[in-house]
Write a protein that binds this ligand. Structure first.
Ligand SMILES: Cc1ncc(COP(=O)(O)O)c(C=O)c1O
Length: 194
């Protein structure tokens, strides 16, 4: 709750700016999820707004197979890690599994317990995108908008890029850009298509 309450400034500010800029609430929020702090901060001030859909995007890595991703909802089940009961990537005996993501910040076997609750009550939808899709989205945002996103944030952008063409033109998606990509430029450079 301490993390959520501090991070909440993201959602409070985004909500106010959206109303100022667009005159209404967004139809949907999209944010990436590692431990869950930037996304719970964005989502929380909108939770009572029933019209606002929310999607959390986890790291699909190189596939939803043990050790190849960090998508706790797609590949995990409830358990306890670091004193918290939540969704975990674990083996049959409850031992924590290795995780993988191109983005270090999403590479974590558990998820903040408030997300587990929001998942179970169906208030927030959770999905995942792969390393390759996140990289592609990072290149697209850099080229098209001149904004180099963190590879974590690029997961949210990838999902928005996939979904936007299926939606009406007046549908407003608010994407949480959780960090800048200066720290990831080297990793992006190595993977850059020639
Ligand atoms: C830029 C950035 N975005 C997102 C995350 C994921 O963490 P959380 O889900 O707790 O916001 C991290 C974690 O290090 C990060 O560095």
């Amino acid at each position: 709750m301490i993390v959520r309450d501090f991070q909440r400034v993201i959602g409070v500010e985004a909500r106010a700016q959206m109303i100022q800029a667009c005159g209404r609430l967004p139809n949907e929020l999209i944010a990436c999820i590692g431990g869950g702090s930037n996304s719970i901060g964005l989502f929380h001030p909108f939770l009572e707004d029933a019209s606002v859909e929310m999607t959390g995007v986890e790291a699909g890595g190189t596939g939803i197979l043990p050790g190849q991703h960090a998508a706790r909802f797609a590949g995990g089940r409830p358990g306890v890690l670091q004193g918290t009961y939540t969704y975990l990537l674990q083996d049959e005996q409850g031992q924590i599994q290795n995780t993988h993501s191109i983005s270090a910040g999403l590479d974590y076997p558990a998820i903040g317990p408030e997300h587990a609750h929001l998942h179970d009550i169906g208030r927030v939808r959770y999905t995942h995108v792969s390393d390759a899709e996140a990289l592609d989205a990072a290149f697209s945002l850099s080229r098209l908008e001149g904004i180099i996103p963190a590879l974590e944030s690029a997961h949210a952008i990838a999902h928005a890029i996939q979904k936007a063409p299926t939606l009406p033109q007046d549908h407003i998606i608010l994407v949480g850009l959780s960090g800048r990509g200066d720290k990831d430029v080297e990793a992006q450079y190595v993977e850059m298509p020639s």
